[in-house]
Design a protein around this ligand. Structure first.
Ligand SMILES: [Fe+2]
Ligand SMILES: [Fe+2]
Length: 331
């Protein structure tokens, strides 16, 4: 029999004993993730290469490079955080199963962006240099790295409220902010090309990544809610305020990034509309954390909601409508 322990505090090297499930939502996310399996090369990019040469303007090409220069390293940062910061501490078996699956998906995303970078005639040096050299990309990466570093500090003690609050900040920073805010202007921008019947292969890859990321976000929100339920003492008004500030800081970083992505309008999109979208998305994330919306901005991209409203997808636009199948725990 498994002992009646929670999300944290188990033996980190104990072999997996899954049933009976304690967190059926985590197992349901694993099952859904399996159904979402895809491989980058299934999306042909021949037409994208032709589009690159014949249809894209220089400004559009530069914006795509900034997009790839952000997405690609972020996949690595999130993988490191999962394996180094979260896996050692989150010891519930079905949660670990999902973290392992998610780590594979993030690796698959890194390979997918690598496939795009190597197939499109992008300036490879510029794309990979973006993380160091582009202030808006570097600032977002630094924001995430700081959260991972906080967990890796030797003084982390999850027996204390402070330690568990530190873990919660990491969960919010990665699952809600990185998975749930930082990726979304990129998604909107990339899918705008497909809307013009352009870069359709990249659009397909973005669809698949988006499907995975929305499941990661959904898993993260469930995880945070379960963690707060088990550790109600960490939920202080001061921490709530701090989480709200973190999300607002992330929105400011994202707005600077959007400005860098689109110094001038591209494809009819301008930084202002992407910023409005980010504010709309951030409000949904604040609501999921029970913190209440801040911006009250309407969704400027209704077309995007329609475009990605696929079956079997967690609908992150209607955060409460979490569309996954609940597994039946085996007796
Ligand atoms: Fe990813
Ligand atoms: Fe992710």
């Amino acid at each position: 029999m498994r002992s009646a322990r929670g999300l944290i505090g188990g033996d980190p090297v104990e072999p997996l004993r899954l049933f009976p499930l304690r967190y059926p939502w985590a197992y349901a996310h694993v099952q859904q993730a399996k159904r979402n399996t895809w491989f980058p090369e299934e999306a042909p990019l021949h037409d994208d290469v032709q589009d690159w040469h014949e249809r894209l303007t220089e400004e559009e090409r530069q914006a795509v490079e900034i997009l790839l220069g952000f997405f690609n390293p972020m996949e690595s940062l999130v993988t490191s955080n999962l394996l180094l910061a979260l896996y050692p501490h989150l010891t519930a078996p079905e949660v670990r199963l999902y973290l392992a699956r998610q780590a594979w998906e993030e690796a698959n995303h890194a390979m997918a962006f690598e496939y795009v970078i190597k197939t499109l005639p992008v300036d490879r040096e510029r794309v990979f240099g973006m993380l160091e050299e582009h202030p808006a990309v570097a600032a977002k990466a630094a924001f995430q790295r700081r959260l991972t570093a906080e967990i890796l500090k030797p003084d982390l003690d999850l027996a204390t409220i402070e330690g568990r609050q530190r873990l919660l900040r990491n969960l919010v920073g990665f699952f809600v902010i990185l998975e749930g805010i930082f990726f979304y202007s990129g998604f909107a921008f990339a899918l705008s090309f497909r809307r013009r019947n352009c870069l359709r292969g990249l659009g397909t890859i973005i669809d698949w990544v988006l499907k995975d990321e929305s499941l990661h976000l959904s898993f993260g929100v469930h995880l945070i809610q379960a963690f707060l339920q088990e550790n109600p003492e960490v939920r202080t008004p001061a921490l709530g305020e701090e989480l709200r500030r973190m999300i607002l800081e992330a929105v400011a970083l994202e707005e600077a990034y959007n400005q860098a992505l689109l110094p001038r309008p591209v494809l009819g999109l301008h930084a202002g509309s992407l910023n409005a979208y980010v504010r709309y998305v951030a409000d949904r994330r604040l609501e999921e954390l029970g913190l209440g919306p801040h911006f009250h901005t309407p969704n400027p991209f209704r077309w995007l909601a329609a475009e990605i409203d696929l079956p079997e997808q967690v609908n992150f636009f209607e955060a409460r409508n979490v569309n996954y199948e609940v597994a039946r725990p085996r007796e």
